[in-house]
Ligand binder design. Sequence first.
Ligand code: ADP
Length: 357
Amino acid sequence: MNSIVLPAPIQAAAVADRPEPVVRLTDVHRRFGATPALNGVSLEVGKGEIVGLIGRSGAGKSTLIRCLNGLERADSGEIAIEGRRIDRLAEQELQPLRRRIGMIFQHFNLLSAKTVIDNIALPLKIEGVAKAERLKRARELLDIVGLSGRERSYPSQLSGGQKQRVGIARALAARPALLLSDEATSALDPETTHSILALLKDINQRLGLTILLITHEMEVVRTIADRVAVIEAGRIVEEGPVWSVFANPQSQVTASMLRSVRPQLPEAIARRLSTAGKHLLLAVDITSPDAQSVLFDLAGLGSKTVRLLHGGIDHIQGQPVGRFFISVAANDAERIQKFLTSRLARVEVLGHVADHA
Ligand code: ADP
């Protein structure tokens, strides 16, 4: 294969034109004894992006966070925040860079003896910002997170969702380049989770804030992330726009983590699958913008030929993502599969069933 080699000045210009990502990890390794907690992680988060890093327990998420905020040293690889390498800095050089990262946590980590306003203003106090100025900034932030009027409350007087709003305000106090969310909604009920995610999305859009969300919940990624990276055994096994990863997961881990948010073949039907029978059972994934009309045309082929058993169309980042299970007459299966693939659907044959439903 021919490869085009660009003259050096053009290569340099191409590199210079690319905006520096807020976070850049390149081939990061961190081992604990025989355990490779991070085994060659490369990841970028661009300015204004919301990236979800998802993985099961033990996948390496906490180690990655600790390497990012300098609490843990990588064995090898590069870590840069806003273009500045942090992986080889001494502790005192790390301090100002740590302030570029605001963090929110599962258990909020608020100081119970301090009022809401003092919790929010604390990072500014540590930075030596004058009292009047830090209280002014803290009040602005209280307004942004929808808690005006609660400045004199103590954390124990707030609900979980309100505590996380205070956590978000505190994380934003020093105007960080990156908000790092470490399982920030894992301790909240679904309704409160949604309101916190809506707040994060709003802040991202209004202030252009860059967010890296670490989570084990696909629903969190689905709701607000632009891009998702899946980590497993210390490696990024899959990465892409959220709708595309949801529509077409490439790895086994991703498919299994998506089980809770994608239609699955109902147990009762799965039990009837066999290697022979008059009907074929197909899983159909449709991501084309005319997903509804594909279904309509499919239904037009007649109920003797095709039957819709289970599934639905979701909308992720404005893209239709449909997943259906249909049974088709075995003697007509080829025609139906051709029809579906001509309409950009992905078809997987799951097996045979004796009868339609
Ligand atoms: P996650 O946050 O995704 O649950 P972790 O980063 O905590 O994953 O852990 C990744 C792997 O590294 C796990 O196998 C874990 O047991 C191991 N590990 C993490 N921290 C340490 C440590 N301080 N000492 C020994 N092993 C560790």
